[in-house]
Write a protein that binds this ligand. Structure first.
Ligand code: CDP
Ligand code: MG
Length: 888
C-alpha cells in the first residue's frame, strides 16, 4: 500500500532548530580554540606587507607554506578532538551498565567514529603521505570560521589594522578573489573564500597519481530499485508522439490511477518521491487530463527556482506538443510566458504568492501543486499557510504538496494529517567516497577529481555541485583550459562542460539535457538546483564539495549577508543520489567522513528562520494579515525578526504609527522587489529622477555579473572599467555605464569594446522596462521635472537612493582605517571591486547596497552620502546620538 495516513503528530517546534542552535554553540568553542592555536602556525608578520606584482613568486611560496601550516594545524586539531572523544568514550565505558538508551546510542556512535579515525590514522602512518597534491584541506575550519564570524560580528570588535590592503584599484571577480586572498594572507588559517585558485595561471596540467585527491570508500547509499541490477534505459525520443513512451516509462506512471483516485476523496495530498520519478513533469498533466482544469481553470505548479520553472515548462510543452506560452506556460519574476490558453502553468513560488494580492482565493486555479516543498523557502511556506485557510472556502480546489524524500511528515501534520502518497523511485546504489584529509580549496580539488574520474573511471557523466554562478564560471574556465591542454577537446575523447545556474539564459539551459555524444563525457557544473529540482540523465559520478550559498539575516543587527556555508547531511545524500539514475554510481565527497557526521547538520534550516522578512511582512499586511504573531506559520520566525521588519516598514513610511498600511506602503506592494528599492522609486518621482533610479536599480540587480576580464587582456579591461568610475560611487558608475550603452543604441559591439557583458545589460534592460510599467501602474510618475531645484541631478539621485537604503549607512571609524555601521557600530570594509576603493582620503559617510561576508564583512556597491540627508530622509530611524556620529 502506498497510501498511508500520517501518524504520530509532531510538535510544532522542530528539532532542526535545536540542532542548529547547538551547532552554533559548538562553533563558538571551536573559534576560541582556533584563536589560541593560530599564532603558532602563522607565517611571520613580515609577509603580511602589501603585495605587488613582483611578489608573484613570493605568493606561491607563501601559499604552499600556508598550506603546510594549515595542514599541521588540522592534524593537531584532529588529535585534540580525538583525545576528547576518547575521554568521553572512556567515561561511558566506566558506567557501561547504567547507561540510558540515549547514552548508549551516543556511546556507540562515538565509538564508531573513534575506531574509524584511529583505523585510518594507522593506515596513514603506514603509507605516510607523499602526495604533492597541495590542495587544500580546510573544510572544517572554513565552516567554523564562517559561522564563527556570524556569531562574532554581534560583538563590537577592536579595530583591525589594515596594512595589507592592496593599493591598486581594479575589479573582476578573479582579481577580487586574489586580492581577498592576499589581504588575509598569513592572518587566518582558512581561505577568505574557497574559490581561490592559487597559481592557477601556470598550473601544470599533467596528472599522475601523486596529484590525485586521496579518497577512501566508506559506505554505499542503498538503491531504491527492486531490480537494480538492470540499468533502466529510457526510450529514445524522436518526435512528440514518442514522448508517450517516455512518459509511461517513468515510475510515477504506474501510480497514476491511485494518485487520481486518492485525490478524489481528499482535498490535500502530500506526494513524496525520489527525484526524477516524474512528479514535476507528470502530475500537473495528470491533473489536467483528469479534468481539474475544466471550467476555464488552470493547473498551477510552483517551483522555488526560476530555472526549474522555465526548463520544466519547456519540457512539458514538448511532451504535450505545444508551443511554450500556449497550453503550457510559465511565469517568473520579470518574465511571463503564459496566455489565456494556458492550462498548465509553472511559476515560481514568489510569483504565486503575489497572485494572492490580486486574487485572494486563487479562483483561476482548479488544482495546485506546491513542488519542492522540502526546500522550505519562505514563499512556499507562506503559500502553504495561506492555502490552509483558503481551502476551507475553496472546497473545489485540490492541493498537492510534493517533496523529495525529506520532511514529508511535517507537511502532513501541518495539514491535519493529510495522506502521504509515496512514489518509490528507482535509484541504483551509490558508493560514497570521502577524502582522507580535509580539503580547503574545494574548487581546485573538484577540478582534480574531474580529471581523476575521467582518467580512471568508466564512461558516465559527472555532476559537480558548486555554490553559485561565479564559482561555476571560474571552474568552467579552468576546466576548459585544462581540457584543451590535455587534448580533451578532440572528438574521440571529449570533455563537454555544461554550466547550470539561476541566471543562465534558456537557450543554454537546454544543453545540459541533450544526450552526451558517444566517446564524450559531460561535466555538469550546477548549483544546488541539480539537487532535486532538475534531473540530468546519464550522471554516474557526483562531486560534492559540501557547500551551499545562503542568505543569513541577523535580526538583532538587522544585517543580512550572503554566506557560503556547509550543506546539510540530507542535502549531501540527495546530491549523492543523483549518481544513481542510470546505473550504480559513485559520489566523491570533498570532505572527510568525520566532517560528514560531526560538522554537517542533519537538515537545512528553513529559510524563514534565517532571512530578512520585510517583503513578506509587507505582503502579508497588504493581504490583511495583521496578526503576524498569530499567523499559522509552519515554523514561526522569531518575534525579533518580525519586529525588525515592522520597524523598517515604519521607517520607510509603509506603515503609520498604528501599524496600518499607508499609501506609500500600498504603492510598494506593487513591486516584486525589496521594499527598500520600491521606496527609492517612490521618492525619485518627487525629485523627477525616476528614469535614473530605474536604471540604477535594474543595473544593481545585475552588477555582480557585469564585467569580464579575459586572461590575456586584463590591463585593458581594467582601464576600461576605470573610465566609467564616478567619484560619488558605484550607483552612479552603474548609471554611467547604462547611459553610455543607451547612447550607442544598445550596441553589442560597444559592450565588446568595453569588456561589459552584453547579456547582462540586455537583462537589465528587460527588468527596467518591467519596473517602468509597474511605476505607472502604481501611480508613480516617471517624468522628468523641469522646475528649478536646489539640488543637482546627481544629488537628487543620491537622495532618492538614500531614502530607501538609509539603514545601510557606515561611517569612517575614528582611526580612519575602517568603517562602522552607524546603527550597530560593526566593522565593515569597502569591497575591492568598488569604484571608491581605495579613495584617499576615505569618505566620511557611505551607503552600501549589500554586505558580503568572506574574510570580513565587505560592503558591495557603495555611494557617498551627506549627513544632512539622514535627518531629512530617515527621521524615524536614527536617534540624535547616531546623527551626531554621522556628522563627525
Ligand atoms: O519531479 P521529479 O524529480 O520527480 O521528476 P521530473 O522533473 O518530472 O523528471 C522526470 C523525467 O523527465 C526525468 O527523467 C528527467 O530527466 C526528464 N526531464 C527532461 O528530460 N528534461 C527536463 N527539462 C525535465 C525533465
Ligand atoms: Mg521535481
Amino acid at each position: 500500500m502506498s497510501v498511508i495516513t500520517g501518524k504520530g503528530r509532531h510538535r510544532r517546534k522542530n528539532d532542526e532548530t535545536n540542532q542548529w542552535e547547538s551547532g552554533d554553540e559548538d562553533t563558538e568553542i571551536e573559534v576560541k580554540e582556533k584563536v589560541v592555536q593560530e599564532p603558532s602556525t602563522l607565517t611571520s608578520s613580515k609577509q603580511e606587507e602589501p603585495l605587488i606584482e613582483d611578489d608573484e613568486q613570493n605568493i606561491e611560496d607563501l601559499s604552499s607554506l600556508r598550506d603546510k601550516s594549515r595542514s599541521k594545524y588540522l592534524q593537531r586539531r584532529q588529535e585534540t578532538k580525538l583525545e576528547e572523544l576518547g575521554k568521553e568514550i572512556k567515561s561511558y565505558q566506566d558506567r557501561i551498565n547504567s547507561l540510558t538508551y540515549r547514552e548508549k546510542q551516543d556511546y556507540e556512535h562515538k565509538k564508531n567514529i573513534y575506531d574509524l579515525v584511529k583505523g585510518r590514522e594507522s593506515l596513514k602512518r603506514d603509507s605516510e603521505q607523499s602526495s604533492e597534491y597541495q590542495l587544500p584541506q580546510d573544510y572544517v575550519n572554513d565552516r567554523k570560521r564562517k559561522l564563527g564570524v556570524l556569531n562574532e560580528r554581534e560583538k563590537v570588535q577592536e579595530v583591525e589594522l589594515e596594512q595589507d590592503q592592496p593599493k591598486r584599484n581594479r575589479y573582476d571577480s578573479q582579481w577580487e578573489r586574489d586580492q581577498l586572498d592576499r589581504a588575509t594572507l598569513g592572518k587566518s588559517l582558512a581561505k577568505p573564500d574557497a574559490i581561490n585558485l592559487p597559481g592557477q595561471e601556470d598550473y601544470e596540467y599533467v596528472f599522475d597519481e601523486s596529484q590525485f585527491v586521496d579518497f577512501e570508500e566508506e559506505n554505499t547509499l542503498e538503491g531504491s530499485n527492486k531490480d537494480s541490477e538492470l540499468p533502466t534505459k529510457q526510450p529514445e525520443i524522436s518526435e512528440a508522439s514518442s514522448y508517450k513512451a517516455v512518459r509511461e516509462s517513468l515510475p510515477v506512471f504506474s501510480y497514476r490511477e491511485r494518485f487520481l483516485s486518492t485525490l478524489e476523496s481528499h482535498q490535500i495530498l502530500i506526494v513524496v518521491g525520489e527525484t526524477g520519478s516524474g512528479k514535476t513533469t507528470q502530475l500537473p498533466q495528470y491533473l489536467h487530463e483528469a479534468g481539474y482544469s475544466k471550467g476555464n481553470k488552470k493547473i498551477g505548479c510552483t517551483q522555488p527556482r526560476r530555472v526549474a520553472a522555465t526548463s520544466v515548462a519547456n519540457r512539458v510543452a514538448d511532451e504535450m506538443g505545444c508551443k511554450i506560452g500556449q497550453e503550457v506556460g510559465y511565469s517568473i519574476r520579470f518574465e511571463d510566458e503564459s496566455s489565456d490558453k494556458t492550462v498548465i502553468k509553472y511559476l515560481t513560488d514568489g510569483m504565486l504568492l503575489r497572485e494572492f494580492l490580486t486574487d485572494p482565493e486563487l479562483s483561476s486555479y482548479g488544482a495546485l501543486m506546491i513542488d519542492e516543498a522540502h526546500e522550505r523557502t519562505v514563499s512556499t511556506e507562506i503559500i502553504l499557510s495561506l492555502l490552509k485557510d483558503i481551502l476551507k472556502v475553496r472546497t473545489d480546489l485540490k492541493l498537492v504538496v510534493a517533496s523529495a524524500t525529506m520532511n514529508a511528515q511535517k507537511f502532513s501534520t501541518f495539514f491535519d494529517d493529510a495522506p502521504v502518497f509515496n512514489i518509490p523511485g528507482r535509484r541504483f546504489p551509490v558508493d560514497i567516497h570521502y577524502t582522507k584529509a580535509p580539503e580547503a580549496n574545494y574548487i581546485q580539488a573538484a577540478i582534480t577529481t574531474v580529471f581523476q574520474i575521467h582518467t580512471t573511471q568508466e564512461r558516465g557523466d559527472i555532476l559537480v555541485f558548486l555554490t553559485g554562478q561565479e564559482e561555476i564560471e571560474t571552474m568552467q574556465e579552468s576546466l576548459e583550459e585544462a581540457a584543451t591542454k590535455m587534448d580533451l577537446k578532440s572528438s574521440d575523447n571529449q570533455l563537454l562542460i555544461c554550466p547550470i545556474y539561476a541566471n543562465l539564459p534558456p537557450e543554454q539551459q537546454s544543453k545540459i539535457f541533450e544526450p552526451t555524444p558517444p566517446n564524450s563525457r559531460k561535466v555538469v557544473l550546477a548549483t544546488n538546483i541539480a539537487e532535486t529540482s532538475i534531473t540530468i540523465e546519464g550522471v554516474s559520478y557526483v562531486i560534492d564539495p559540501g557547500y551551499v550559498k545562503e542568505n543569513v539575516f541577523n535580526p538583532i543587527s538587522g544585517m543580512e549577508s550572503l554566506v557560503v556555508v556547509p550543506c546539510s547531511r540530507a542535502s549531501a545524500d540527495q546530491r549523492a543520489g543523483r549518481a544513481g539514475r542510470v546505473g550504480p554510481g559513485k559520489c566523491f565527497r570533498l570532505y572527510t567522513k568525520w566532517s560528514f557526521y560531526n560538522e554537517l547538520q542533519a537538515n537545512p534550516t528553513p529559510e524563514i528562520l534565517r532571512v530578512n522578512l520585510t517583503s513578506i511582512v509587507l505582503l502579508l499586511l497588504s493581504m490583511g494579515v495583521t496578526d503576524l504573531i498569530g499567523f499559522d506559520f509552519m515554523d514561526p520566525p522569531s518575534p525579533d525578526t518580525l519586529m525588525k521588519s515592522l520597524e523598517l516598514l515604519y521607517a520607510l513610511g509603509a506603515l503609520n504609527a498604528k501599524g496600518m498600511l499607508t499609501r506609500v506602503g500600498r504603492q510598494m506592494v506593487e513591486f516584486p522587489i525589496d521594499p527598500m528599492f520600491a521606496k527609492c522609486l517612490i521618492t525619485s518621482s518627487r525629485f523627477g529622477v525616476t528614469q535614473e533610479i530605474l536604471s540604477v536599480i535594474s543595473m544593481l540587480g545585475e552588477s555582480s555579473n557585469l564585467f569580464y576580464r579575459p586572461k590575456d587582456k586584463k590591463e585593458a579591461a581594467d582601464k576600461c572599467k576605470e573610465k566609467f568610475h564616478q567619484e560619488q560611487g558605484d550607483h552612479l558608475t552603474l548609471l554611467e555605464i547604462w547611459k553610455e550603452w543607451v547612447d550607442t543604441g544598445y550596441s553589442s559591439q560597444w559592450c565588446q569594446d568595453n569588456y561589459v557583458q552584453y547579456k547582462t545589460l540586455k537583462r537589465a534592460r528587460e527588468v527596467r522596462e518591467q519596473l517602468s510599467r509597474l511605476c505607472i501602474k502604481a501611480g508613480i510618475s516617471v517624468d522628468q521635472k523641469d522646475e528649478p531645484r536646489a539640488d543637482s541631478i546627481t544629488q537628487m539621485i543620491q537622495k532618492s537612493i538614500t531614502s530607501g537604503f538609509f539603514p545601510n549607512i557606515a561611517r569612517l571609524s575614528k582611526m580612519g582605517d575602517s568603517f562602522r555601521t552607524l546603527k550597530k557600530n560593526q566593522a565593515v570594509y569597502i569591497h575591492p571591486s568598488s569604484s571608491i576603493f581605495p579613495t584617499k582620503p576615505p569618505p566620511k559617510l557611505l551607503l552600501y547596497h549589500e554586505l558580503v561576508l568572506t574574510s570580513k564583512e565587505f560592503m558591495r556597491n557603495c555611494m557617498l552620502v551627506d549627513d544632512r540627508w539622514l535627518s531629512e530622509l530617515a527621521p524615524h530611524y536614527y536617534n540624535d546620538k547616531e546623527l551626531d556620529l554621522s556628522r563627525k
